[in-house]
Design a protein around this ligand. Structure first.
Ligand SMILES: Nc1nc2c(ncn2[C@@H]2O[C@H](COP(=O)(O)OP(=O)(O)OP(=O)(O)O)[C@@H](O)[C@H]2O)c(=O)[nH]1
Ligand SMILES: [Mg+2]
Length: 287
């Protein structure tokens, strides 16, 4: 219902807005193919072992979570537990236009209300909307790969500002140590921070680094509560969401105003050389 938007989203929001249980919302973003889904799958194993149920929202994934990837772990997790404790939903950006920035937080809230904690939102870190969605989480994880290019790309995409935790994934490849150092010096240069984003190495395909990441995510959650930053962020989120709803409704109204008989005659009048667009808009917007 949330994905359909409009009155459907409104109906869901009416039910879930106050039903949230305060799940830890974690945004995971990074370049296409950086290993976000593999990493999330590895995290799920650790979380489920800790007795947590995980909700995952994958925004427009080009390589979606496969049942095989999730269920194929022979070592630590029985299929039964993962299938029961992990809920995955993919949302396409196509057809959503600007609506995704409304639909994604709403869908995360549905998962929270349903009792999942943590809730992970995976977005590809290209495109403003996708980056914003990840940035609006309680904790934002930026995944990069070894290679100087990746650290620079991350900086260019505005990912340095939004990261609470950096993961250098595919650390089995050459140059991981260099990328860690590059990120750390970029972070050190980026001024005064109350929370200095840790840089963690991982090999998501082998589950290496995931326990450290799970611990770091828990640490950041604790820090949010202790420092008061969690409250500040939540307030910002409320403000951003309200602004998005107001903007969406004004856009809907514009579609109504820019159609129909009154619209046609206003266009006709302008076309025949009378008035000006600004005065016509004033007339049209007066209900
Ligand atoms: N060598 C190596 N390969 C990895 C690692 N983590 C993931 N991969 C591989 O990288 C590829 C992409 O992984 P995904 O998890 O689908 O990456 P993603 O960031 O979710 O990709 P998109 O959702 O398409 O942006 C897959 O073939 C993974 O098996 C790693 O730590 N080391
Ligand atoms: Mg993915």
């Amino acid at each position: 219902m949330v994905e359909r938007g409009g009155p459907h989203t409104r109906a869901v929001a009416g039910v879930t807005y106050r039903a949230g249980r305060g799940a830890h919302v974690i945004g995971i973003t990074g370049a296409p193919g950086a290993g976000k889904s593999t990493l999330t799958t590895a995290l799920c194993r650790s979380w489920v072992e800790l007795g947590q149920s995980v909700g995952i929202l994958a925004i427009d994934p080009s390589s979606p979570f496969s049942g095989g990837a999730i269920l194929g772990d022979r070592v630590r997790m029985s299929e039964h537990d993962l299938a029961n404790e992990v809920f995955i939903r993919s949302m396409a950006t196509r057809g959503h236009l600007g609506g995704l920035s409304l639909a994604a937080p709403e869908a995360a809230r549905v998962l929270d209300a349903a009792g999942f904690d943590p809730v992970v939102i995976e977005t590809v870190g290209v495109g403003q909307v996708e980056v914003e969605i990840a940035a609006r989480a309680d904790t934002t994880v930026v995944v990069v790969n070894p290679g100087w290019g990746d650290a620079v790309q991350a900086a260019k995409a505005g990912l340095m500002e939004i990261a609470d935790v950096f993961v250098v994934n595919k650390a089995d490849r050459e140059g991981a140590g260099e990328t860690v150092r590059d990120l750390e010096s970029l972070l050190a240069m980026s001024g005064d921070r109350r929370w200095l984003p840790p840089v963690i190495r991982s090999v998501a395909t082998d589950g290496i680094g995931t326990d450290e990441l799970v611990a770091t995510l828990a640490e950041h959650k604790e820090w949010l509560a202790r420092s008061g930053d969690g409250v500040v962020r939540r307030r910002q989120r409320v403000e951003e969401e309200l602004r998005a709803v107001v903007t969406a409704r004004l856009a809907e109204r514009a579609e109504v105003v820019c159609a129909g008989a009154r619209w046609d005659s206003a266009v006709e009048e302008l076309f025949s050389g009378h008035g000006d667009p600004w005065s016509s808009a004033d007339d049209l917007l007066q209900v």
